[in-house]
Design a protein around this ligand. Structure first.
Ligand SMILES: O=C(O)c1ccccc1NCC(=O)[C@H](O)[C@H](O)COP(=O)(O)O
Length: 239
């Protein structure tokens, strides 16, 4: 795995800090605002049908020029391998997130060059262990999102219950319809077995003014809320 900016070792639970990935950015100013806020990951979407398709408003040179501690993640859906690697070079990406139905072999090809986050889109009755079992060698990190026809960015949650008791043994991003109101649920999630591998929280459409345009103040407030202890009366959960 390539070296990431700003990443101390350890799970969220050990460090009592929630890394955040903001996905679907489409302008430079917002990326630098998030960098200033201490957000660790900026997601750029290279899937043409997405309403957050980054090349509509930012050319590769603008993405490449972005500086700061924020890690640039490219989101791809069943894209040609050479095209992914060309985009990585053109835009100076640090990680790629494979959000389609990419095979382990496909992920391996990309992970020879760059850190790979393999996204799994989950339905409420999915057997997660079965879905991920062939990807341990092929991907550096996992991301758990909600199954929808649009592949991602749906604003829909999956049932976190299917994850809570699992020993994932791979750093993962938690995604899918996470909203400003979810801060306490996320903190409660950290009491469960799976949380030892929870690496970062992925936020997107629930923090938007319109597709691709984020509400920075809302993100700021959410980040602050995540750092605060659970209010009294909200029991810590356990698996
Ligand atoms: O955001 C999109 O438009 C998108 C489209 C196709 C594939 C992936 C996409 N986004 C990937 C992400 O990492 C999103 O943050 C994730 O799907 C969660 O989005 P949301 O449910 O809106 O919080």
């Amino acid at each position: 795995m390539t070296e990431l900016n700003n990443q101390a070792a350890g799970s969220i639970k050990q460090r009592n800090h929630f890394r955040i990935k903001v996905c679907g950015l489409t302008n430079t100013k917002q990326v630098s605002q998030l960098n200033e806020l201490g957000v660790e990951f900026a997601g750029f979407n290279f899937y043409r049908p997405s309403p957050r398709y980054v090349y509509k408003s930012m050319p590769s040179a603008a993405i490449k020029k972005i500086r700061g501690k924020i890690n640039k993640v490219g989101i791809f859906v069943d894209e040609d391998v050479d095209e992914v690697l060309r985009t990585v070079d053109d835009c100076g990406l640090y990680l790629v997130q494979l959000h389609g139905n990419e095979s382990p072999r496909y992920c391996e090809k990309i992970s020879n060059y760059i850190t790979v986050i393999k996204a799994f889109r989950l339905s409420n009755d999915d057997n997660v262990e079965w879905k991920i079992k062939d990807y341990y060698e092929a991907a550096d990190m996992f991301l758990f999102d909600t199954e929808t026809p649009s592949f991602g960015g749906s604003g829909k949650k999956f049932n976190w219950q299917i994850l809570k008791g699992l020993n994932i043994q791979k750093p993962f991003f938690l995604a899918g319809g996470i909203s400003p109101d979810d801060a306490d649920e996320i903190k409660k999630f950290t009491a469960h077995t799976a949380a030892k591998d929870l690496f970062a929280i992925d936020i997107n459409s629930k923090f938007e003014l319109m597709p691709g345009v984020k509400d920075i103040e809302l993100i700021k407030a959410f980040k602050k809320r995540l750092e605060e202890p659970l209010p009294p009366g909200l029991p810590e959960e356990n698996t």
